[in-house]
Design a protein around this ligand. Structure first.
Ligand code: ZN
Length: 306
């Protein structure tokens, strides 16, 4: 790299001496894009194909609500040409960094590009919106399109490939939606109640016809109390719920307290399985992709509640 810069410096110097204006090489983009969450990074990688170097900051099991940028993240963000993040306060600890970076490069909060009327309110703070928009496939489809359009604007030289890739991906999202709808019909309407560790699934519930309850608020910042556990136990017993679900990025301590509480009342509840909520699965696995993660969640939920 140092050597490259040396050569570049020399050639610029030579160009300056001879008075020749070559297309300024330093303006040429290298295709370095950084995303915060796995689902955003996944969409960028699929649309960009081989053309861009995509880095995702938050890996499997990472909780974006609490995530603080490391020194290495700051270096990556600094070196990025374009930064994509979810927004709507999902990455609550990183907003100052994004605001600062936005002064010198394109920094896009993808969820904040959606029509406000399509967003759900935060249950605890009505002035905020629920950030977990990727669980509504229609909204996520719009986000994918926003990402695609932004990439085309930033890297017009790859327009054709990006558009071809996006089109194919949108078709896969359509197939995923059909698959989810078909599977959810297997669950009787009275059992379409989804209880999880934190409120990540309101968009899932809204789009797929589930009543959703989370033990913690929308952000994992908020602590759950004894009263929350008690209320949840009562709710589960009253509705005769068979299974509740833990999440890969949230501690299951509270859920275990709920199961114990229900047991004391003579009601058995099982943990239906682990859902991916804010973080996706390991890279290289099916659940490490948006399509695979969503399908995994639908299969786990349907198989536990049907
Ligand atoms: Zn969340």
């Amino acid at each position: 790299m140092k050597r490259f810069l040396g050569v570049l410096g020399l050639s610029l110097l030579l160009a300056a001496c001879s008075g020749e204006e070559e297309g300024s090489k330093s303006d040429e983009k290298e295709g370095i894009v950084v995303a915060t969450t796995g689902q955003i990074g996944d969409a960028i990688k699929i649309i960009s194909g081989e053309h861009l170097q995509v880095t995702t900051l938050m890996g499997p099991g990472v909780d974006p609500h609490l995530y603080k940028a490391t020194q290495s993240d700051l270096t990556k963000l600094d070196g990025a040409e374009v930064i994509f993040y979810n927004g709507l306060h999902l990455e609550g600890q990183m907003q100052d960094i994004f605001d600062q970076m936005a002064e010198e490069k394109t920094v896009l909060a993808v969820a904040e590009q959606l029509d406000e009327n399509t967003l759900l309110a935060d249950e605890e703070n009505a002035t905020l919106h629920d950030p977990h928009i990727w669980f509504d496939i229609d909204l996520w489809t719009e986000v994918v399109d926003v990402i695609g359009n932004t990439l085309v604007e930033e890297y017009p030289e790859y327009k054709e490939d990006f558009e071809t890739n996006e089109k194919a991906y949108l078709a896969q999202l359509g197939e995923l939606k059909e698959y989810a709808t078909g599977r959810i019909e297997e669950v009787p309407a009275s059992q379409r109640i989804l209880v999880t560790a934190h409120d990540a699934f309101n968009y899932f519930g809204e789009s797929q016809g589930f009543d959703v309850r989370g033990l913690q608020g929308l952000s994992t910042d908020s602590e759950y109390g004894v009263k929350d556990v008690q209320n949840m136990v009562d709710y589960l017993v009253e509705n005769n719920i068979k299974a509740i679900f833990v999440e890969s990025s949230v501690s299951d301590k509270a859920m275990k307290a709920v199961i114990e509480g229900a047991k004391e009342k003579g009601h058995d509840i099982v943990i239906g399985g682990e859902l991916f909520s804010d973080a996706m699965g390991a890279e290289g696995t099916e659940e490490g992709t948006y399509l695979g993660m969503y399908k995994h969640n639908v299969d786990i939920i349907v198989d536990s509640l049907k």
